[in-house]
Design a protein around this ligand. Structure first.
Ligand code: FES
Length: 61
């Protein structure tokens, strides 16, 4: 398994490659394809995934 993590300016972290995403309950989260964007701003209504809310909530990071 090999994955690349990219921090997107003022946005999510993008993960690409081969990976398994495990939730806080220990269960694997299903991810379609080989790319996922995880929320860093805390504003997503679909955590842990980015839903684009960072574009309107003023997140800087
Ligand atoms: S980083 Fe995109 S919704 Fe939080």
């Amino acid at each position: 398994m090999s994955a690349e993590f990219t921090i997107i300016k003022n946005g999510p972290v993008k993960i690409t490659g081969k990976f398994v995403l495990t939730g806080s309950d220990g269960k694997h989260l299903s991810v379609e394809g080989e790319e996922v964007h995880l929320c860093r701003c805390g504003g997503s209504k679909n955590k842990p995934f980015c839903d684009g809310s960072h574009q309107s909530n003023g997140f800087k990071g």
